[in-house]
Design a protein around this ligand. Structure first.
Ligand code: ADP
Ligand code: MG
Length: 729
């Protein structure tokens, strides 16, 4: 009897929803565990408050003495909420978050004078043991230790009984060891570049803030069922499992009513998010059974990235209380949709304008078109780098698979804007006649708001789609730290805007064109140059893959292939020019991502070998033995007639033997390929070998195992089945 599976099923089927009641209105509790403006006003001295505000808004430094006052206020606030510990909270290159808790509590050497202590120095800087985090050779090169430093632009918050202080993580020589540092630099680069361009349209603009609204997709399965699957525990996905007869065919899950247990989970999750100031707004079922989505109101990008990382932690913690396991993996189950994390992105001015939203006047629409077309140009010129920014072993399962963006980057802009671009393409070279100017103002840029209102033809198959007032980068994986894709996107657009400004200024100076004439002229050229990246059709179709190939667009289906763009000369130059990452920082990230890829595939290979040999084969043999017993019995009773009577059983016995043999043989071959891969002398070669030589065995082994799942007596099968993982809630 397959005990673990049936015990888990017993547990899962007998659960009652863990009910949860919110206390207080959302608007009242929102941010109450955040050291936000309200808390700062209450707990900081006026000087300290002013210093922090100016650090947030203008990026000014906070001097040490003021930092002491800030720390004091923060500590008082935290103690007033029964907090006992503090931690620097950071995002090392593992892709997750890290924290090391220290108590506020201190005594003198002899144990006297117990006191709660937290000074400026503890707030501003800490030294976690950098050697335990991936550094891709940075430390070896510089023999440097790492330290964390307070990022005042993301407010401190309380999680559990710990005060968490968002920090950057850098080496003593200044190289970024985390995902936040390059992001902050990219945000600053695009602020500068976009402000310069926005000034063409409004002299009062002083600051541009990139905005991010992520949408987090995830699967929820019962904790006991999850724990009964060694592959889910070790890899976050099922390596084996025959597809359930019922999956998502009926489309009955999407936007359907949310199961009660899940709804209670979501309520508590949202409550926790409210306390932490994460402005979650929508929740609904997704397409696959057991799949859900959660999305917040968009925020400034650095804060939005922190909030997404924090959310993923909170989701796991709340899930424990509701006996659920959250699966963030991009493709936890074969045969149903995977999960993504759409990154909705735009640019906002300090004068309150969304630069990707068409305005009310021809001038504001020209501004919109400027940022819109420059974004398309940036994506066009850097499609491979953008693809590289979302590459990971787990996202490889999703890119190009059913109901997910393909590995080809293209931009969807909709019918109306396609028409507008076609008209702008016809703008005269050089100076424009007064008639043409009037026509452009009245009929092209003047009409935008009306046309966009009915721009409802949203293409769900595009990896990078314009959705009315923002771009939506949909190919980002559900496990990803948004900092990586956001660093790339903001960097390429920043670089593009710098180039655009230079080109426009040159036309104004050398050709004596008026500002808007120069802008029209440059935009016209961009429209001509970037047609290849625009695609309005079905992104999942075979035809598009062929067409994209003709257009010369990249289609890197695997991580080792895709990542190469990160270490191209173009990428090194781009990040260096903007001051986002130097050569060593870029290279180290490449190295770390390849290493991570190798480790993930290595672990999956091992786990797959183990469960195939320890679960699948023994079970198959057990079942085969009962068949053999049966045949033997039939022979005893029926004598030589038995062969006719036991025909099916005998065929089954043979079938099972074939699958067992194939599984054994393929595992042996996979192991020998793994050994060869491990002996290669560099990570790049190793990653390629794991990708092309080791990974292909996964599907073969799985196929034989899944066939056995269909043949073997259900009572004996040890691995919890897809239908159980999907539907028992
Ligand atoms: P969906 O893509 O599921 O149809 P919506 O298009 O309504 O949903 O919005 C999705 C996300 O877009 C939300 O998380 C929202 O906060 C975000 N969003 C809306 N406006 C902006 C903006 N200007 N900048 C960044 N994100 C935005
Ligand atoms: Mg969306």
């Amino acid at each position: 009897m397959a005990t673990l599976r049936f015990q888990a099923l017993d547990k899962a089927t007998s659960r009652k929803p863990v009910s949860f009641e919110e206390t207080g209105r959302k608007s009242e509790i929102f941010g109450s565990n955040v050291f936000n403006d309200k808390a700062m006003r209450q707990f900081l001295t006026p000087d300290a408050y002013k210093a922090v505000k100016s650090a947030i808004e203008l990026g000014t430094k906070i001097d040490r003495k003021i930092a002491d006052y800030v720390a004091m206020g923060m500590k008082e606030w935290a103690l007033s909420k029964n907090v006992t510990h503090y931690t620097h909270w950071f995002q090392p290159l593992t892709g997750t978050t890290a924290e090391k808790h220290d108590a506020f509590f201190e005594t003198s050497m002899d144990g006297s004078d117990p006191v709660e202590k937290f000074g400026g120095s503890q707030l501003v800087q800490q030294e976690p043991d950098a050697s335990s985090f991936p550094n891709g050779g940075i430390r070896n090169t510089f023999e440097a230790r790492g330290y964390t430093a307070w990022d005042p632009t993301s407010p401190a918050f309380i999680f559990g009984s710990t005060l968490c202080i968002p920090t950057v993580f850098v080496s003593y020589t200044g190289e970024a060891l985390d995902n936040k540092t390059p992001l902050l630099r990219a945000l600053s680069a695009i602020d500068t570049a976009a402000t310069e361009v926005a000034k063409y349209f409004d002299k009062n603009v002083k600051k541009i803030t990139p905005t991010l609204g992520w949408e987090q997709e995830y699967f929820l399965i019962d904790a006991a069922l999850a724990a009964s699957r060694p592959d889910i525990i070790a890899t976050g996905r099922t390596l084996l499992g025959h597809t359930s007869s019922k999956g998502q065919q009926l489309d009955d899950h999407y936007f359907g009513s949310i199961p009660t247990r899940v709804l209670q989970y979501m309520r508590e999750l949202e409550y926790e998010c409210m306390l932490l100031g994460i402005p979650v707004k929508t929740r609904h079922n997704e397409v696959a059974p057991g799949q859900f989505e959660l999305a917040p109101i968009f925020e400034e990008t650095n804060l939005a990235v922190d909030h997404n990382s924090l959310l993923m932690d909170v989701m796991e913690k709340v899930a424990e209380r509701h006996d659920f396991k959250v699966l963030f993996h991009e493709k936890p189950f074969k045969g149903v949709n995977g999960s993504g994390k759409h990154n909705n992105w735009s640019l906002a001015t300090d004068t309150g304008v969304n630069l990707l939203s068409p305005g009310k006047t021809p001038m504001s629409n020209l501004q919109f078109l400027t940022f819109f077309i420059n974004t398309i140009k940036a994506v066009h010129d850097n499609e491979e780098l953008l693809r590289a920014s979302i590459a990971s072993a787990s996202n490889d399962h999703r890119l190009g698979a059913n109901e997910a963006p393909p590995a080809i980057i293209s931009v969807f802009i909709g019918q109306q804007l396609t028409k507008v671009l076609a008209e702008l393409e016809g703008v005269t070279q050089g100076k424009l006649s007064p008639e043409e100017k009037t026509d452009l103002k009245l009929n092209v840029v003047g009409k935008l708001p009306d046309v966009l209102l009915d721009n409802t033809d949203r293409n769900r198959t595009s990896p990078f789609a314009f959705t009315g007032n923002k771009f939506e980068f949909r190919a980002v994986g559900s496990t990803a730290n948004c900092a990586v894709s956001m660093t790339t996107l903001n960097s390429i657009v920043a670089k593009q805007l710098i180039d655009f400004k230079k080109e426009v200024d040159a036309l104004i100076e050398k050709k004596d064109l008026k500002k808007d004439e120069a802008i029209f002229n440059i935009l016209r050229e961009y429209i001509k140059q970037t047609k290849n990246i625009l695609f309005e059709g079905d992104g999942y179709s075979e035809a598009w893959a062929k067409e994209a190939k003709k257009r010369g667009l990249s289609n890197h289906k695997t991580t080792p292939e895709a990542l190469k763009a990160k270490v191209s000369k173009k990428a090194f130059d781009l990040f260096a020019e903007l001051g986002v990452m130097n050569h060593v920082e870029v290279e180290s990230r490449y190295e770390i991502e390849l290493e991570e890829y190798v480790k993930k595939i290595q672990i999956e290979g091992r786990v797959l070998g183990d469960i195939a040999r320890n679960h699948v084969i023994p079970t198959a043999i057990k079942y085969q033995n009962t068949l053999i017993e049966n045949v033997r019995g039939l022979k005893e009773i029926f004598g030589k007639d038995f062969e006719k009577i036991a025909k099916e059983q005998i065929a089954l016995i043979k079938d099972i033997s074939t699958h067992i043999e194939e599984i054994h043989r393929n595992i042996d071959e996979m192991i020998s390929e793994r050994k060869k891969a491990n002996n290669l002398d560099n990570t790049e070669k190793m990653a390629a070998a794991y990708c092309n030589k080791v990974k292909p065995y996964f599907e073969i082994i799985r196929e034989h195992s899944d066939k056995l799942e269909l043949l073997v007596d259900d009572e004996m099968w040890t691995l919890t089945k897809y239908r159980e993982l999907f539907f028992i809630k």
